[in-house]
Design a protein around this ligand. Structure first.
Ligand code: HEM
Length: 267
């Protein structure tokens, strides 16, 4: 029978040197980047859903991000700059998360076997993070590249045309569901991991956090679906003039166009 030291040598653990703080630091970096992305997505959901208050509201949000109200002129590259920062954070977070993905089909099967034996809902939630994270890696990157290279193509008509006339809506629908699930489950797991809002009784704390997580999922799914539906409705109404840009009523009044229909005004 081999002793512990011999077993350590057998599996190569004696080569690893002293204890390292790196795994803990990488874990912290993963939590922090996830938290920052979640805060960004919170802002993103409210900005994008400004369309629910009308085309002028979304147009104003778009112009704000282009610096119009600060510089008196629109600079879409400011949006590209913001997208680049988010993209770096997104890639960093995905890279850190991938350390924990099952590395082979065999590891994946072992995980599934553990999951069915343990029957613990938090283990199933972790798997959901893997699936939604995987989806977001592709769909989220495609969306970010689109925004980076065409920052000028954001607005009530440009966004609605992209979703409806250019046929992006099925991807946005899947991405929206993945983002809401991933972000809300991520927040729940962060709270558990770092001991936020758990109170004196950890089991009761965990139950409360889970109820909060489902409420957050329900609220943001409804907001996302209402937002997507609003863009699609505008996209359908505008499909015969797809490609034409929106201008607010006040802009059109300041410099009347040859045709009000061309400028996106109601006839
Ligand atoms: C600075 C970076 C970003 C900008 C400027 C941006 C901008 C936009 C805009 C303008 C729309 C409206 C539809 C369109 O024009 O295509 C939209 C929709 C959407 N975006 Fe982003 N986005 C950014 C980052 C992200 C990220 C990181 C995600 C998630 C991975 C994301 C997920 C979505 C989803 C799911 C929609 C569908 C519409 C909805 O909210 O229901 N976006 N985004």
């Amino acid at each position: 029978m081999k002793d512990n030291k011999a077993l350590t040598v057998d599996v190569g653990l004696d080569q690893l040197g002293g204890k390292s703080r790196l795994p803990a630091r990488l874990d912290l970096a993963q939590s922090l980047s996830g938290l920052l992305l979640m805060l960004f997505m919170l802002g993103h959901m409210f900005f994008v859903s400004s369309i629910l208050f009308g085309k002028d509201a979304m147009y104003m949000v778009t112009r704000t991000f282009e610096g119009y109200y600060l510089f008196g002129k629109s600079y879409p590259w400011l949006v590209s700059l913001a997208v680049a920062c988010i993209l770096i954070l997104f890639v960093l977070h995905a890279g850190l998360a991938m350390r924990k993905f099952p590395a082979s089909y065999q590891q994946y099967k072992v995980f599934l076997a553990h999951k069915s034996v343990m029957k613990h809902s938090d283990t199933s939630l972790w798997l959901m993070q893997v699936y939604t994270g995987f989806l977001m890696l592709f769909l989220g990157s495609a969306h970010l590249f689109e925004m980076f290279f065409h920052p000028e193509k954001i607005g009530p008509y440009a966004s609605a045309d992209r979703l409806w006339s250019d046929g992006h809506w099925p991807f946005s629908l899947i991405l929206a569901i993945a983002v809401v699930l991933h972000g809300s489950i991520g927040l729940y797991r962060l709270a558990l991991k770092w001991g936020w809002l758990q109170g004196a009784d950890p089991e009761a704390g965990r139950r409360r956090l889970k109820v909060a997580m489902w409420l957050i999922i329900g609220f943001f799914l409804m907001l996302e679906m209402a937002t997507l539906a609003a863009y699609m409705r505008i996209g359908i109404e505008h499909q015969d003039n797809a490609g034409e840009r929106y201008h607010s009523v006040s802009e059109v009044e300041a410099s009347p166009p040859a045709s009000t229909v061309e400028m996106g005004l109601p006839s």
